[in-house]
Design a protein around this ligand. Structure first.
Ligand code: AMP
Ligand code: ZN
Length: 491
């Protein structure tokens, strides 16, 4: 347990707040997970690097972390505000496969990215379709003034709760107007589906019986229900990307307020001047990773997926480093140069850690030489997860000279347990990934370089240059005098 009280930015109050757990000693966190109709792009993965860094910080602070991430395999429409088709149904139709197969395939692809980014496993991956009966019961228990049935389904009346949309603070008349039209019979523009009935004569791949007829749940419902079932209202922290601040989370909050009004414990009926009435004490949102040319969009052909970065020769932890270099509330612009700079920074750290890797474990970090770095690190992380500053504290610690390696090892281990760069589990050679389109073998590179060295020793610069050009033609950069001691690099 460390001293600096943890300050987190609550999107609901728009203020930094000190973390006070609902259940002493525990931290209960719910993160909105992926909709598994396609591969995640690296922007999506920024949301989970953020949630993981938050979770690691809470663990470091001594709390027992109870983290839930859901997998959305039903209900998310192509438009967040109840319009368009179900993303899963649409992809299944396009690929002529069952929704269940699509969900399994893309969930596994997502989990591979989770592992590659050294994101810790949550206490539970909750799968939306495992909670259909609970979702029905949750809606049934809402007092009737909150819900109404129309031909297309059962809807939530947003005017029935206090402070609807406070989280977004952007629900304007204009937004409202654009959201109305599509569904006939809605009372308010922002009303959303709790249950979407299967139209008569149609059959959906995923549909269930309910008191309102055969159909499927609305997307917002699942997170309210799984949050309540698995963590209990109110829990401590709810996370998601900043887009969720506008529609998905305000709708979750409205449902939670209505659910509570039916007498479920002390939470969450009433307005949002008491933030706890939202169902969670703190709502946190990561800003977006953006890319100018539109490669982040899943509808573009070659969109930015983690495996694409790996194919191009970038270790996935370089992407984690890139995320940590920005504060989670700042927009981050993706560029290949930026990724290369992050890889180089990671390399420097890994090389520095190689020197202390063999030192005995269990060194005592209480050493005056490291006190300033540890204080800086703790203050940075406690200041709403200021990872850019925390990284510099880690570098300062790695640069300390003439000190017992066991102590340094302990300090760096502690810092990396929060940042999750896996510095002790990654070797310098692991970071040199072979870009997929490069054919040359490492042996061939090493042999050619040895011949080049011999030529240079004999001052035969023509041969030496020719060998270098031959390597370059095969995609190998020869790096004379590289400060990190790498003689060559691919790609
Ligand atoms: P989805 O699979 O679309 O439900 O999104 C999964 C998570 O990624 C959600 O928390 C989104 O808010 C988040 N997200 C989506 N796009 C980006 C982006 N470009 N940068 C950061 N987070 C994003
Ligand atoms: Zn959600």
């Amino acid at each position: 347990m460390t001293d600096a009280p943890l300050q987190l930015f609550n999107s609901l109050t728009r203020e930094l707040e000190t973390f006070e757990p609902v259940h002493p000693g525990e931290a209960r966190v719910y993160s909105c997970g992926p909709t598994v109709y396609n591969y995640p792009h690296i922007g999506n993965m920024r949301a989970y690097v953020f949630a993981d860094t938050l979770g690691r910080t809470l663990t470091h602070k001594g709390y027992q972390l109870k983290h839930v991430i859901n997998i959305t395999d039903v209900g998310h429409l192509t438009d967040d505000a109840d319009e368009g088709e179900d993303k899963m149904e649409k992809m299944a139709a396009e690929q002529k496969q069952s929704i269940w197969d699509i969900a399994r395939y893309y969930t596994e692809a997502y989990w591979e990215d989770i592992d590659a980014l050294n994101i810790r496993q949550p206490m539970k991956w909750s799968i939306a379709t495992d909670y259909i009966q609970e979702m029905i019961a949750f809606v049934e228990s809402m007092p009737e003034e909150h819900v109404y049935e129309i031909e297309s389904g059962l809807y939530f009346d947003v005017a029935s709760v206090e402070d609807y949309g406070r989280l977004a603070r952007a629900v304007t008349e204009e937004d409202g107007e654009s959201r109305i039209g599509a569904v006939e019979g809605k009372r308010n523009a922002a009303d959303f589906a709790l249950w979407r009935k299967t139209p008569p004569g149609e059959k959906r791949q995923m549909e269930w019986e309910s008191p309102w007829g055969k159909g499927a749940p609305g997307w917002h419902l699942e997170c309210s229900v799984m949050g309540e079932k698995l963590l209990g209202f109110p829990f401590d922290i709810h996370t998601g990307g900043i887009d969720h601040r506008e529609i998905h989370h305000p709708n979750e909050i409205a449902q939670n307020q209505a659910f509570a009004a039916s007498g479920h414990g002390s939470c969450c009926g009433g307005g949002l001047d008491n933030p706890t009435n939202s169902g969670a004490n703190i709502w946190m949102h990561n800003n977006f990773l953006v890319e100018r040319s539109g490669k982040m969009s899943k509808s573009s052909g070659e969109f930015l997926r983690l495996p694409l970065l790996i194919d191009k020769g970038f270790h996935p932890l370089a992407y984690r480093m890139m995320c940590l270099q920005a504060h989670y509330r700042s927009e981050l612009e993706f560029s290949w140069d930026g990724l290369l700079a992050a890889l180089t920074r990671l390399k420097r750290m890994v090389i520095a850690v190689e020197r202390i890797k063999d030192a005995p474990e269990g060194g005592d970090i209480d050493h005056p030489k490291f006190a300033p770095m540890l204080a800086k690190f703790e203050a940075a992380m406690a200041d709403d997860l200021n990872t850019p500053i925390a990284l510099t504290a880690l570098e300062d610690a790695l640069a300390v000279k003439k000190v017992d390696s066991a102590i340094k090892r302990a300090v760096v281990t502690q810092m990396d347990s929060v940042l999750g760069l896996d510095l002790f589990g990654t070797a310098r050679a692991d970071l040199r990934l072979r870009p997929r389109d490069v054919e040359i073998s490492e042996q061939e590179i090493e042999d050619t370089l040895a011949r080049r060295k011999a030529a240079r020793a004999e001052k035969d610069f023509a041969t030496s240059d020719a060998l270098r050009d031959a390597l370059m033609a095969k995609g190998v950069d020869v790096m004379d005098g590289d400060p990190l001691g790498w003689e060559w690099k691919l790609g």
